[in-house]
Structures are given as structure tokens and as C-alpha cells.
Design a protein around this ligand. Structure first.
Ligand code: IVH
Length: 696
């Protein structure tokens, strides 16, 4: 099967490629089960188009180029106005060229552009008569589609009744959110059916399916509305409104009737006043892509004013007043080769998928996370499966689902471990995440490496190989043992000279005086991260006070609820021997500047927060730090904020008081500007908190 965009060699190769593409398009539009991922299909069609450009007399009538839906879809319900597709651009330059040619064609610069997310689902038209949803139609070949009215009632955002008794057609995308997709696949595998490969396939398959013994939910998002040619009282006004008002007003009007648009999402449609402002908004939407609860495959840019659209007109396949700015594919199909089971520092046994390496969004993906054994079973994954892998931005790659229709029968079940793969002990399977019965004693090297890491005890010169050496030599069983190491013991190790020994001993000595928050972080109390460790340390001030606390007392710490409090108490009990050992070797167990709580009194968050230049402020840091803050990790920035009396947060919201925006700050800066939140450069911020800055 040829899927590259490399040139097609001859007539035979071209004919074969046309067949591959038409089959893929047919399967894609029928059931969502294409053997090609979107990227491979797009490359194939581009190769066809290139060949056809050079050999115009050889173009086969079946070729999918230039056809809506690759010419695959059929249906018998005529559309009142053709449901067109969109032309694509792939870069800022291509967009600028397209916009310039549109403005040349119209003879004036456009005053208003709408920039909106390109939702990755299926186009449908929904007809409302007198406010009642009466018919749902797929796009089909653009001039007629298939009636899928049976799906009415299963689509969030497409109400059965509008807030007003109007007659109109709304057009938009039916999709599955990530959560709906996960639920749909759990339901399907629970019914013995094969899982959907990705949310788009889920929406395609579900929209057409009748007579399933279960229903799964989808979501609608409207991007267009038009009058229906029906002689209804008052429809004259509505016709004018839908045809003459700016597109942005039409969307707002439709949202006001109770239909979903992208307005309520993190990437609402926005208008900008000139083509050269489009790129900034495109970048903002692209930066938010990985965090969105639904898939987007690009950004749609449209002339917003009705007069401009009329002047631009439409071709047979796509309008000339809109363009899709495609983003790189973040999903690829590859093979699941094996599953590894790794034991973490707390003894959790975590599965990880080993994949046939595949390039996604500019990086090679070889591993993907799998959550736990129950999750593997729920997704019906098998070794040898072709799997849909998703990776966007910095997020850890994940397997969306197996591509079940590509199974050959030679796939095998994933074996779950019977004993701990690290130490051979039994496994505690009472929770969803399995754990070695020896808990955190299982994997001494992992616990040790974590404890000495930069954000915990910060012991330089104790990297992975040294940790292994110390544990294997029997010198260290846990990180408390570090504090009793002698010079002779260290010198006896391979490749350990006098200088490195002295440096390491000095670093260990420094670590003995770290604040309680860092000691807590080093202990790796489950359910607490670095910032929670700091809050606990400030609240209780000493390890003694903390250990004396029961669940109720622990709940007084901001952010710890009924669920978490008993877990923390149990963890501290499990860690008691290690804590005792740390106390015995003289490790600091107090939090500088904090005062212990008075028994029986709820904590005063203001007192917990200490006092300083950021008193009562919630601060978010984004981008690269420079100047005096250049060397600080994100964790150290957060420590700094909290030392200065503020609260560190990772996301911008209405509650944010200040955004510290360094170089290359992206979506967070845009959001802060939107919300009118004060921003500071790293230098300005360094001045503000000067007193709390660590000395050199
Ligand atoms: S406007 C006449 N806006 O992308 C132009 N389309 O690849 C109508 N799509 O067929 C399309 N999000 O199914 C428009 N905000 C958006 C969209 C959008 C997704 C889909 C739509 C279209 C396809 C073209």
C-alpha cells in the first residue's frame, strides 16, 4: 500500500493509489474504519493531485481529488445549499498568500475575519421547524446526504427544541469529546463489541449506527446557520438575519437559541480586523490544542462580513471566503510490540506500551503510557495490535485504542505480572493501580534517586549510576543511610576519587539542613506533590506536629479533603521507621518561618501563607525565566512565590493576580491579557520579591 507523498512512478502506481484512496475514503465515511490514518490519507491524495497535475489526460474518474468526502459518501436527502468542504493551507506564508489573493479578488482589504477551531468530527445539517429538531442529515457528497435523524436525542448541544420557535438549518460538526470517547469504548467492550480507534471514528460509526443495544453520547458544535425556504410567519426577518449579518453574529444568535457553538470552549471563535492579525490567534488556538477536551485538526479562517462572502463566492468544492489552516497530525497508527511493567519509587507497578517507533508532530514516539491493568482490559488491547497513538505538544503519548478492524488474528493477550517484576514479591491488586507488596521498600534505587533530586533534597553528584552503586554495595537502603556514609566507604567505590567523595559528602551535609517541605517531598508521601508538601510543612511547622495529627487535623491544610487526609496519615505511619531514622541522623525536621497550629483551631490560610510582597496573591509563571531568576526550576519559582506570601498556581483564571511571563510565553499570556490580568517580566518580578530571593 503506497501512502507516502513521494511521486507516483507511472500509470500503474497511480491507478493503484486511486484504488487505495477510494477504498479508504469509502470505509472512512461508511463506518469510520479507514485503514489509513488521516495523515497517510492526506499524503496519498496529495500524491494523486501532483500526478494528475503532470498527467491531466490520465486522470481517472474515480480519483478522490477535488471531491467532497473523496467522492465516497452517498445519501438521498438533498441539501438546500451545497455543504462544501474547505481548501487547506499549512503555514503562515500560505495563509498570507491566500488572504492576499482573496483581497485582490474582492478589490479591497477585508475588515473582519473570524478565526475559529476546526473541530475534528463529521459535518451534519440539523433542520429545525418551528423550533423543533425534525431532521439530521450527513454531508454526503455535498449536494445530498444521508438521513441520520435516529441519532437525535443522543447529541449534546443539539437540543430537541430551541428556545424560540424559529425555522432554520444549523450546520456543524458532530464529535466525541475525549471523555465521551472513553465512555463509548468502555460501553462497547463491555458489550463485546470492538472499540473505536479514535473519537472521530467513534462519532462516524455512532452517527450511522441503528439498532445498537446501547447508546453512546456525542457532542455537536455549530459553525453555520441558514434559513430554510419555508413560508413561515416571521421567517423573512430571520432570513435577512442569517444571510446579511456577520458570521460572528449568526453564531452568537444560534448560541442564544440553545445550540452549542465553540463559544463556550477554551478556543472560542474570535474576530480580528485584518489578515495580519490572524496568525497570532492561530498560534493561540494551536498552543491550547493539547489541553482541549476534544480534537481539532486545524483552524478555520473566514471572511466575517456577508458582503465580503458574497463578493468572494464559492467554487464547486469549497467556498473562496474561508480556508482551513491545518495543524500537524497528532495521531498515527503504529504497532503495539510489547508491554513493560515498571516499578516506581513507591512500589506502584505501572504498565508502559512499547511501540514500533513512529514520528508524530516532529518527534519519534516509542513508548506510551497505559494506566493500569483494568484499563488495558477495558480497552481490549492486544500485543501485535495496530493502535492509534496520540501525542500533542509536551504531553506524554497515549494509546487511544486498538484499530480493531486491522486485526489479523495473530494478536495475543497482554500478560499481567504475577509477581513484582522488580523484586519477585507478591502484588497488592486491591486497588486499580497494582503495587508491590513491599511497597516503597521494593525499589530502593528509584526512591533514593527521587529523594536526592533537584526539587527534593537536591544532592548534587548522586545521579542514577551512583545511586545504583550505593545500593548494590549494600551501603544504602534508604536515603536516611546517606547521612551516615563515611569517607572510607565512599572511597571504596569504583571510580570514586578524593575530590568527588569530598564534594558528595559536602552536598549531603547541606541536605541535612533542608526545610521540612523538602524532606516531605523526598519521602514521597503518596497523594502529595511538591507544592502540597510545602503547604503541609508551613501548616504544621515541625515533623513532630505533623506526625501527631489525625486525618481531621490534616484536613485543615488547604487543598486536603476527606479523601486525601487519611491516605496521608496512613502514608506517614508506613514511613515512620524511615522518618525515625532521619531524625536519628540529625536531618532538619522544621519549616523555617512557620508556626505550628493551635490545637482545635482551623487554620488561617493567611497565616499559613506567611507574609510578604505577594500576600494574598495567586501567581502563575510561564515561559523561560531570565536575569536573576534564570537558574530557577519551576518548583523553585513556586517556592519563591510561596516564601513571598503568595500562592503558586499553574493555570491562568479569573482568580490569578499576577502572571510572570518569560520568553516564549504562549497561551497563558494571551489568556491573562484577555482577562485583564497583570503581567510582569522575570526582571520586574525579581525586583518585587527581592527579599525572598535565595542568595548566591
Ligand atoms: S465552515 C462552506 N467551520 O471541516 C464551509 N467548517 O475540512 C463550511 N469544520 O466540511 C465549513 N470546523 O465539516 C467550518 N469552524 C468550522 C469547522 C468546519 C470543522 C469541518 C467541516 C468542513 C470541513 C472541511
Amino acid at each position: 500500500m503506497k501512502t507516502t507523498s513521494a511521486a507516483l512512478a507511472d500509470t500503474a502506481a497511480y491507478a493503484e493509489a486511486v484504488e487505495t484512496a477510494t477504498k479508504a475514503a469509502a470505509a472512512y465515511y461508511a463506518t469510520g474504519e479507514s485503514p489509513l490514518d488521516d495523515d497517510a490519507y492526506d499524503r496519498l491524495v496529495r500524491a494523486l493531485a501532483a500526478y494528475e497535475d503532470e498527467h491531466p489526460d490520465e486522470v481517472l474518474p474515480d480519483s478522490p481529488t477535488g471531491k467532497v468526502a473523496g467522492g465516497a459518501a452517498v445519501g438521498d436527502v438533498p441539501h438546500t445549499v451545497p455543504m462544501l468542504s474547505l481548501d487547506n493551507v499549512f503555514s503562515a506564508e500560505q495563509f498570507a498568500t491566500w488572504a492576499a489573493s482573496l483581497e485582490r479578488r474582492i478589490g479591497r482589504p477585508l475588515e473582519q475575519w473570524s478565526v475559529e477551531p476546526k473541530l475534528d468530527g463529521l459535518a451534519v445539517a440539523a433542520r429545525y421547524h418551528d423550533g423543533k429538531l425534525v431532521q439530521l442529515i450527513t454531508r454526503g457528497d455535498g449536494s445530498a446526504g444521508e438521513d441520520v435523524s435516529h441519532a437525535i436525542g443522543t447529541i449534546v448541544g443539539l437540543p430537541g427544541r430551541l428556545d424560540r420557535p424559529v425555522t432554520l438549518e444549523v450546520r456543524g460538526e458532530v464529535l466525541m469529546t475525549t471523555a465521551q470517547f472513553e465512555r463509548a469504548n468502555a460501553t462497547r467492550t463491555g458489550h463485546g463489541a470492538a472499540p473505536f480507534a479514535n473519537p472521530r471514528n467513534g462519532a462516524a460509526g455512532t452517527l450511522r449506527a441503528k439498532d445498537r443495544p446501547y447508546t453512546v453520547e456525542m457532542t455537536f458544535s455549530c459553525y453555520d446557520a441558514l434559513p430554510l425556504p419555508l413560508p413561515l410567519p416571521g421567517s423573512g426577518d430571520l432570513t435577512g438575519r442569517l444571510q446579511d449579518e456577520p458570521h460572528s453574529e449568526v453564531l452568537a444568535y444560534v448560541a442564544g437559541l440553545g445550540v452549542h457553538t465553540a463559544a463556550g470552549t477554551a478556543v472560542p471563535p474570535r474576530t480580528v480586523a485584518a489578515a495580519d492579525q490572524v496568525q497570532a490567534r492561530v498560534e493561540e488556538i494551536a498552543a491550547l490544542r493539547a489541553e482541549l477536551p476534544f480534537g481539532i485538526d486545524g483552524i478555520v479562517i473566514k471572511a466575517d462580513l456577508a458582503a465580503d462572502r458574497r463578493a468572494a463566492g464559492s467554487g464547486t468544492r469549497a467556498p473562496r471566503w474561508a480556508i482551513a489552516y491545518k495543524l500537524p497530525a497528532v495521531e498515527k497508527v503504529t504497532q503495539l510490540l510489547a508491554v513493560e511493567w515498571n516499578v516506581g519509587r513507591t512500589g506502584i507497578i505501572a504498565p508502559r506500551a512499547v511501540l514500533e517507533p513512529v514520528e508524530i508532530d516532529g518527534s519519534t514516539v516509542t513508548y506510551a503510557t497505559l494506566h493500569n491493568p483494568a484499563d488495558i482490559t477495558r480497552r481490549d488491547l492486544r500485543i501485535g495490535d495496530q493502535v492509534m497513538v496520540y501525542k500533542a505538544g509536551d504531553i506524554i503519548p497515549r494509546i487511544e485504542a486498538p484499530v480493531a478492524h486491522l486485526r489479523t488474528g495473530s494478536e495475543t493477550a497482554i500478560a499481567f505480572p504475577e509477581v513484582c517484576p522488580q523484586c519477585g514479591s507478591g502484588i497488592d491488586t486491591s486497588e486499580q493501580r497494582w503495587r508491590c507488596s513491599r511497597g516503597r521498600n521494593c525499589h530502593a534505587v528509584a526512591s533514593l534517586s527521587y529523594a536526592v533530586g533537584r526539587d527534593q533534597l537536591d544532592i548534587e553528584g548522586l545521579g542514577g549510576t551512583r545511586a545504583v552503586q550505593l545500593v548494590e554495595a549494600g551501603l544504602v537502603r534508604d536515603f536516611a543511610d546517606l547521612f551516615s556514609l563515611t569517607r572510607e566507604q565512599l572511597l571504596s567505590l569504583d571510580r570514586m576519587g578524593e575530590t568527588s567523595t569530598d564534594n558528595l559528602l559536602a552536598a549531603i551535609e547541606q541536605a541535612r539542613t533542608r526545610p521540612l517541605a523538602r524532606v516531605l517531598a523526598a519521602l514521597g508521601v503518596r497523594g502529595t506533590g511538591r507544592s502540597m508538601s510545602r503547604r503541609i510543612a508551613r501548616h504544621f511547622a515541625t515533623m513532630e506536629q505533623l506526625r501527631a495529627a489525625d486525618a481531621e487535623a490534616v484536613q485543615q491544610v488547604e487543598g486536603i479533603g476527606v479523601e486525601k487526609a487519611p491516605v496521608i496519615v496512613a502514608e506517614l505511619a508506613e514511613l515512620a521507621p524511615l522518618i525515625d531514622k532521619l531524625v536519628a541522623v540529625g536531618v532538619n525536621m522544621t519549616e523555617p518561618g512557620a508556626t505550628p497550629p493551635v490545637a482545635g483551631e482551623a487554620s488561617d490560610p493567611a497565616a499559613d501563607a506567611g507574609s510578604g510582597p505577594l500576600d494574598g496573591m495567586t501567581v502563575v509563571v510561564t515561559g523561560a525565566m531570565t536575569g536573576p531568576l534564570e537558574k530557577l526550576s519551576r518548583n523553585e519559582m513556586n517556592e519563591l512565590i510561596e516564601r513571598a506570601g503568595g500562592k503558586a498556581s499553574s493555570s491562568v483564571s479569573k482568580r490569578t493576580s499576577l502572571l510572570v511571563a518569560g520568553e516564549n510565553a504562549g497561551s497563558k499570556r494571551a489568556k491573562a491579557e484577555d482577562l485583564g490580568i497583570r503581567t510582569a517580566t522575570p526582571d520586574e518580578f525579581a525586583d518585587l520579591v527581592a527579599a525572598a530571593l535565595p542568595g548566591d
